[in-house]
Design a protein around this ligand. Sequence first.
Ligand code: C2E
Ligand code: MG
Ligand code: MG
Length: 564
Amino acid sequence: MALQWISNPAVEAPEPGASPAELALLAFKQVALPAAILGRQGQLLLANEAFTASLDSKDALSRLRALTGAFQCSGEHHRSHHLGLSDGRTFCVDLAALPMGSLVTAHNVTSGPERQHDASRAALTDDLTGLPNRSWLRERLRNFAQASDNEPAEMALLAINLDRFNAVNEALGHETGNVLLKTVADRIRSILEEGDFAARIGDDEFAILIARGEQPRTADNLAMRLVDLLGRSYLVEGHLINISASIGIALASNAKTDAEPLLKKAILAMSRIKCTKPGSYCFYKDAMQQRIVERRALELDLRHALALREFELVYQPQCHLGSRQIRGFEALLRWHSAGRGVVSPLDFIPLAEEIGLILPIGDWVLRTACREAASWHKPYGIAVNVSAAQIARPGFVQQVISALAASGLAPSRLELEITESIFIGDNEAALATLRQVKELGVRISMDDFGTGYSSLSYLRSFPFDALKIDQSFVHAMLQDGSGMAIVRAAASLGRSLRMATIAEGVETTEQLQHLVEAGCTQAQGYLISRPLPSANIAAFLADYAPQGAKEADPASTPEADEAP
Ligand code: C2E
Ligand code: MG
Ligand code: MG
């Protein structure tokens, strides 16, 4: 049959004398329905504008490839299919056999309120990843809640947060961060099944809504696969990046009543697992809600504590193990909360770290410790605990310089205690900061040694002045052989690396004797003294008289701190 061009002002006219093939191509390009030809191997041979605008996504193409593959094997000439996409749209797809593959034409049959949103899809789509955004997810959850009875009742929402994404973004720049997010989105898409709905709901947060399978098994399985998939290394613009994903899962056994609060619950579970065990997943439990309420109240009180002057530093003496002479003190923070009484740092430091309050609090601790130590009648050392977040903050070195200058404390009297946690993740910047601090003449020790990180290789990357052997090992020393073996190993490691070894939590003379035997150089614990207010230090020193120990000038003690 000859093709004939009938003039239409709305469409581009063909060149005069165009061949029938050119006319057909022009018609194909301009037809309003999405149309494409997929080759025998599923490759996209030709697509019109409508197809490119609506179906040229990785998700759609991979599904169409599967459909056309099966269609070609069937030997049929025509077939129609319903195709559900991960973004919530549904298309009716017609397939027609061609010599070179299949002709695909599609029309959008997305039903209900989503159809109305089709026009404003751009507003509901995340520009960077092309995934639906948070508003679209909310809309979809609302639809579930209002849906007719034939909607599936059981559904699960997985809230996904990337661990260490901010560090990557800051270290490698936003461009690289964006490429990484797109790759994460692609990995998420690749794991979806028909009908699953994935969205990007925050900077480094994603969500997947599934309404299939049996719960909680299906969600559990998906989360396990996601943790594995998203935790694999990424190669982005020549950088090998390691991040992980923390996932919270909320289940709705009745979509009509439970759909809307689902997002809140999934995010709550996600925040919980991110704090306790990043790089894994957990299901929402009602008790988490209660914990959040308590934490909010604690956070509110903590935010006012600095202004209300509710913090105090107490100082715990540290002695040389040979002479038992006092060499210095560790500053420990106390919070005298008006409503709560004395709150242990173990109960509020992790929260302060999480909400960024550790920065002003840490600054106060550093300044106060330097000022109070400078007022003591002898130049004892002063050890201050610092969190990884403080070291990561630009300007930390300046903060140390400023605390020293304001107090007049000699840098050699200050010691910063850091924990192994700073060696998890990207630590080059932290090490560079610590080197600068050390160059000022300030000492750096490793607190809670042996509890935080499995690799000892970090000991080679920084010349610590001291290793503080965690009290759990000191307490285990008399209980089993392994405790003693660990303390001996740590003491010997300290000796070979020319670092002092300070045993923490020493409570009995028996422990003290074992520590001497093991070769530790210093001790700290209730046996010597509980932490004291600064005002009580002079009285403590006047009374302090363990066998053979006299109060000596700490600056000229025979045992050098630097090299045991
Ligand atoms: P840490 O730095 O390892 O401090 C030693 C902890 O052991 C202190 O607990 C101390 O009171 C306790 N302790 C000392 N001797 C004994 C003993 O003989 N037996 C027992 N059972 N415990 C003993 P505290 O003051 O509750 O501090 C707990 C942790 O909170 C500290 O562990 C430190 O990691 C953190 N922390 C305290 N103050 C600060 C601070 O100003 N900044 C930061 N970032 N963390 C702090
Ligand atoms: Mg400490
Ligand atoms: Mg410790």
